[in-house]
Design a binder for this molecule. Structure first.
Ligand SMILES: NC(=O)c1ccc[n+]([C@@H]2O[C@H](COP(=O)([O-])OP(=O)(O)OC[C@H]3O[C@@H](n4cnc5c(N)ncnc54)[C@H](OP(=O)(O)O)[C@@H]3O)[C@@H](O)[C@H]2O)c1
Length: 345
């Protein structure tokens, strides 16, 4: 074997062993928007009550669907269908400016979050990389302790290999824990998924998955044309749109659901926070409505990635481990489902 080839093989091995070290051991633009046109605006910060916690931190079975990955409330992770561990609670970066994304990433890691969700279309991958580096430099975390998710935008689907490399470069990391296709796009999403599969083989990506696939047939279209089963499906999911059908469907592949707009999304959060069932449960536990919703996602088996640019909210959103919703409260939350989305894409 040539020296160059040996070096390449060794590098790939190092990435797999060291880089992807989690194994077995953390209104969006429409699908046709170009990255440069991502125009999400900041909405007013929502008011929240100060958090207090109570009760028994006992682990709760996340879901009773056969084959669906189990959540571990002690390690605060789930084991994906490929053996990698992923944190079940993360912070989302949608619509955050560069400085907000950098600070929020840093604050989140300081608060205990180990999962950050960004995307090429958000325009803040580089800022997330800076926030991560700041936390690493200060000894808050190591790279291996943090799980970074990013998404391939639809306009990159014809050039998936280059899109992976560009995200790696912007994030300034050697590997990405999870990359997902941002939206279903039947004309070329299979091609893009195959590029992500190649990047897994090259040690550039640890896990791959999908986002915004709302019909079982559409999800299966990609699964049946590719080799690696999606580790995760990220769809709009919250108490008014609980994604039960898709969650039951993806369980056969061991795919886990992740909720975007977990609190309803910017501009909609008060609708959920003021819901009488949610605010009633919050009052009963002495926690905020946001915390009740986040805890509901986790106990329901949804990886949850609330978005925030506010350090106090970020601290509050991670403070959900010391109380538990009872079966009766979970049933009342389940009864809120209206199969109603806030976004129209
Ligand atoms: N795949 C997709 O197509 C897609 C689409 C949308 C979103 N996402 C991902 O999902 C993440 C979450 O969605 P999102 O950020 O749009 O919506 P969200 O998490 O449902 O809601 C964010 C809103 O909640 C507020 N908030 C957060 N914590 C709070 C607290 N403790 N008390 C009061 N208000 C609080 C935030 O305000 P402050 O900033 O003032 O805290 C912001 O206004 C995104 O950031 C992104 O990573 C993916």
């Amino acid at each position: 074997m040539k020296t160059k080839t040996i070096i390449r093989l060794l590098l790939a091995l190092c990435l797999l062993l060291a880089g992807c070290a989690h194994q077995n051991s953390s209104s969006e633009p429409s699908a046709t928007t170009e990255p440069a046109q991502a125009t999400a605006t900041e909405q007013q910060a929502e008011q929240t009550t100060a958090a207090s916690t109570s009760a028994d931190p006992t682990a709760t079975a996340p879901t009773e669907i056969d084959g669906y990955p189990a959540f571990d409330f002690d390690s605060k992770t789930v084991t994906l269908n490929n053996g990698y561990e992923m944190p079940i609670l993360g912070l989302g970066m949608f619509s955050l400016s560069d400085s907000q994304a950098e600070n929020s990433t840093y604050w989140a890691l300081k608060a205990g979050f180990r999962l950050i969700d960004t995307a090429h279309i958000y325009g803040n991958e580089a800022a997330v990389g800076r926030g991560l580096q700041r936390a690493i430099d200060e000894g808050v975390v190591t790279r291996e302790e943090v799980f970074i998710t990013t998404k391939m935008w639809t306009s990159d689907f014809d050039n998936g290999d280059a899109a992976v490399d560009a995200s790696l470069e912007r994030l300034c990391v050697d590997y990405i824990d999870l990359m997902i296709l941002h939206h279903s796009q039947p004309s070329n999403d299979v091609q893009a998924y195959k590029a992500m599969e190649r990047a897994v083989a090259d040690g550039k990506l640890c896990s791959i998955g999908l986002s915004n696939y709302y019909e079982p047939d559409d999800f299966d279209r990609v699964v049946n044309a590719t080799t690696i089963k999606p580790a995760l499906l990220q769809n709009e999911t919250h108490p008014y749109h609980q994604s039960g059908e898709m969650k039951a469907h993806i369980a056969q592949y061991g795919t886990v659901l992740e909720s975007w707009f977990p609190l309803g999304g910017r501009g909609n959060t008060q609708t959920l926070f003021n819901d009488e069932t949610i605010s009633g449960i919050a009052a009963a536990h002495g926690v905020s409505a946001a915390q009740v919703i986040i805890r509901w996602h986790l106990q329901a088996g949804n990886i949850c990635i609330p978005g925030s640019s506010n350090e106090q909210h970020i601290i509050e959103d991670y403070d959900v481990w010391d109380f538990e919703l009872s079966e009766e409260e979970m049933a009342r939350m389940t009864a809120l489902d209206k199969n109603e989305r806030f976004a129209d894409y």
